[in-house]
Design a protein around this ligand. Structure first.
Ligand code: HSE
Length: 308
């Protein structure tokens, strides 16, 4: 880490996992790395981006790591220094893979370390959730693995569950279209049927219990959902057919829209190739290019290394 002040590596995350809207999420083995390369006087920042967002995110004042850093300093009442930030981004933007949560997590962790705040894990997570608006990306991003979190607007409670076994793969297909979380939230109804609420309650509880006890054959039930995916599937090409097609492939244990979409995530035991090919072929049939990742579901949470 020569010539570096500090470096934070944050994982991609997939929120909801179907039934667990705004509560469940998991870390994935795909990372953005943010490096503070030099310190500057307060309020002075420079940003350099490699990879995802390099062309479009040149405006320093809109950089979410820097904005989150500045907001954290303000909340803690410290005059933190400015800095030069090098972002090496592998997580696709606006695809439901937690890139904005990762930026918030990194900004708050840099503020905590640079200003020697020594905030507790739960205080950091509460601040990150306040900034992000919901906990289901920031919690797994910080803690790694799969997390259950509940947020009431000011207080947060969370549990990290055991990681997926190493023979399970997480296949994520990423279409070349963007869906903004604000739009995906606006697509949801303001009132839901009692039956649908009960349906999701049972599924989310089953998913959590199945995950905690390793009963992976229950994931297909546990990841089913009636609260949000049917509305969001209309927001991207192929969304309304892709999950049914993938669900029936042998070895596919469960499938869901990743976060607010448009990426689609499948849990696969055994060879992931057929699931990945089916997902990408479905997007192609609907006129949109896509790429896929075969990821591990036992990724570590955010990690900070410092030379201070
Ligand atoms: N739970 C949030 C949603 C996650 O589905 O809107 C957004 O990344």
């Amino acid at each position: 880490m020569r010539d570096e002040v500090m470096k934070v590596r944050v994982p991609a995350t997939s929120a909801n996992l179907g039934a667990g809207f705004d509560a469940l999420g998991m870390a994935l083995s795909l990372y953005n790395v943010f490096t503070v390369t030099a310190l500057r006087p307060r309020g002075e920042f420079r940003s350099d981006i490699i990879g995802e967002g390099a062309k479009e995110m040149s405006d320093v004042s809109a950089n979410l790591v820097i904005k989150s850093y500045a907001e954290a300093c303000e909340k803690w009442g410290v005059d933190g220094p400015g800095f030069d930030l090098l972002s090496n981004n592998a997580i696709p933007l606006c695809r439901g893979l937690g890139s904005s949560a990762g930026a918030v997590v990194a900004g708050v962790m840099i503020a905590n370390a640079l200003n020697e705040i020594k905030a507790s894990e739960s205080d950091l997570l509460r601040m990150m959730t306040q900034m992000e608006g919901h906990p289901d990306n920031v919690a797994p991003c910080c803690l790694g693995g799969m997390t259950v979190s509940c947020w009431d607007g000011s207080e947060l409670r969370y549990v990290r569950l055991p990681s997926l076994p190493s023979d399970m793969h997480v296949v994520v297909a990423v279409p070349n279209v963007r869906v903004y979380t604000t739009d995906a939230r606006q697509a949801l109804p303001s009132v839901v049927e009692f039956d649908d609420a009960v349906f999701n309650l049972g599924r989310a509880a089953l998913l959590t219990a199945a995950w905690a006890t390793g009963k992976w054959d229950l994931l297909s039930w546990g990841m089913d959902d009636r609260l949000h995916q049917q509305y969001r599937a209309k927001l991207f090409p192929g969304g309304e057919v892709i999950m049914d097609r993938v669900r029936s492939i042998p070895g596919c244990l469960g499938v869901a829209i990743s976060g607010s979409g448009p990426s689609v995530l499948a849990m696969v035991r055994g060879k992931p190739r057929r699931v990945a090919e089916t997902m990408c072929r479905t997007f192609t049939e609907h006129g949109v290019d896509s790429l896929f990742f075969v990821l591990a579901g036992n990724a570590d949470g955010a990690r900070l290394e410092t030379n201070l």
